[in-house]
Design a binder for this molecule. Structure first.
Ligand SMILES: *[C@@H]1O[C@H](CO)[C@@H](O)[C@H](O)[C@H]1NC(C)=O
Ligand SMILES: *[C@@H]1O[C@H](CO)[C@@H](O)[C@H](O)[C@H]1NC(C)=O
Ligand SMILES: *[C@@H]1O[C@H](CO)[C@@H](O)[C@H](O)[C@H]1NC(C)=O
Ligand SMILES: *[C@@H]1O[C@H](CO)[C@@H](O)[C@H](O)[C@H]1NC(C)=O
Ligand SMILES: *[C@@H]1O[C@H](CO)[C@@H](O)[C@H](O)[C@H]1NC(C)=O
Ligand SMILES: *[C@@H]1O[C@H](CO)[C@@H](O)[C@H](O)[C@H]1NC(C)=O
Ligand SMILES: *[C@@H]1O[C@H](CO)[C@@H](O)[C@H](O)[C@H]1NC(C)=O
Length: 316
């Protein structure tokens, strides 16, 4: 189910945003490689992830890479591929400070980018491969990035329950009471009030995890005006709230390949920065209007069409 915002007040004029060290890039497979320099050439962007364990060549040594363990391996009890891959990056001298675990594990509908992992399997893999990365290299661990839907919220709660259940299990070497997590990545597709409410709920639920990232967000399939208002309000909000450590908007692609609607994109169909793209990169508005076919559910990693429609928490 998709939640689309209705028009919010009157359009606010777009003004170039201030620089933000929190902003990063969510690199999707439908991105046009010849656009890569836009993100790395004289921008304030500091980091990126690409849903994979290894860097994207064009960004290597330009933006700080955050590896992701996208889904569960076939042999979760024994597989060490992700651990070994990240360990090799560290040996090569790459600065790996953070890793992300599981992309939308609660997403089991084909074509939406979810990795469909059970909470029990995820907990097992966490103990096997993620916690050793922290123990051996001091890498900070991002919790599984669930969808913004209620099912996602519940999945994360189940994950921590499963982690606790492993304590007395003989197949784990760990005796901690839960899985170690340093920050919680969130996804959100909807309006600004929904985003703020969702983050408020996460912040209050996981009060012993002091940092939150938003690794995918946009006003999906919204009008240009609503999309711009959403970007304006959310960038400013995420820059301001102290618990927000990093964020990456879902839009580093051309409007013609966007599966969240053309108006969310950073680039027009010809690869020119839109006003939203310019705002994110702290550059002057371009006035370039994105065009593209209607949103299609493309089969690539990293998009959730699911959002929570319920407002749980008041905006602070
Ligand atoms: C959002 O719009 C307001 C009102 O025009 C403006 O003052 C502010 O700088 C804008 N924020 C961003 C992040 O562009
Ligand atoms: C990179 O930035 C420089 C200086 O701002 C500019 O002259 C050049 O055209 C840019 N190159 C690309 C590929 O964007
Ligand atoms: C490694 O990257 C982090 C940010 O992810 C940064 O704070 C730190 O200074 C970097 N360290 C080195 C040695 O470049
Ligand atoms: C582990 O075992 C102890 C002692 O039997 C018990 O008190 C505790 O509740 C168990 N913990 C879990 C998570 O099952
Ligand atoms: C339990 O955890 C503590 C603290 O990390 C550690 O010192 C101890 O060796 C662990 N015990 C077992 C049986 O693994
Ligand atoms: C957070 O604290 C609660 C209550 O002390 C605990 O049950 C939970 O396991 C902790 N979560 C993490 C991720 O440490
Ligand atoms: C986040 O949670 C902490 C701990 O519960 C609380 O002190 C803080 O006010 C919350 N921050 C926001 C912006 O909601």
């Amino acid at each position: 189910m998709r939640y689309t915002t209705s028009a919010l007040l009157v359009a606010a004029p777009l003004v170039a945003a201030t620089a933000s060290s929190k902003r990063g890039l969510c690199v999707v497979s439908t991105e046009t490689t010849s656009d890569d320099a836009i993100w790395t050439n004289n921008t304030d962007l500091t980091w990126y992830y690409n849903y994979a364990a290894v860097p994207t060549p064009d960004y290597k040594n330009k933006l700080n890479f955050v590896p992701m363990l996208w889904g569960a391996p076939e042999d979760p009890a024994n597989d060490m591929t992700f651990y070994n891959t990240v360990s090799n990056l560290v040996s090569e001298g790459q600065n790996i400070t953070y890793v992300l675990g599981f992309n939308e594990p609660d997403g089991c509908t084909g074509g939406y980018g979810g990795s469909c992992v059970s909470a029990a399997t995820a907990a097992q893999v966490w103990k096997k491969q993620m916690e050793p990365l922290k123990r051996d290299f001091g890498i900070k661990l991002g919790a599984p990035a669930v969808t913004g839907a209620t099912t996602g919220f519940n999945w994360l709660q189940n994950f921590f329950t499963e982690c606790a259940a492993l304590v007395n299990s003989s197949d784990t070497a760990s005796n901690t009471t839960s899985c170690e997590v340093d920050f919680i990545p969130a996804h959100w597709y909807g309006n600004f009030e929904g985003l703020a409410s969702h983050l408020g709920q996460l912040n209050s639920t996981y009060e012993n995890i002091s940092a939150i990232w938003v690794t995918e967000f946009a006003c999906a399939d919204c009008s240009l005006e609503d999309s711009q208002t959403f970007a304006n309000q959310s960038f400013e909000y995420l820059d301001r709230i102290p618990y927000m450590q990093k964020y990456s908007y879902f839009g580093a692609f051309r409007s013609s390949v966007s599966n969240v609607g053309p108006n969310a994109a950073f680039l027009t169909e010809k690869g020119k920065l839109t006003d939203i793209g310019a705002m994110y990169l702290n550059k002057a508005s371009t006035g370039a209007v994105p065009h593209g076919s209607a949103s299609t559910v493309a089969k690539f990693a990293g998009w959730s069409g699911l959002v929570a429609a319920t407002i749980f928490w008041s905006i602070l």
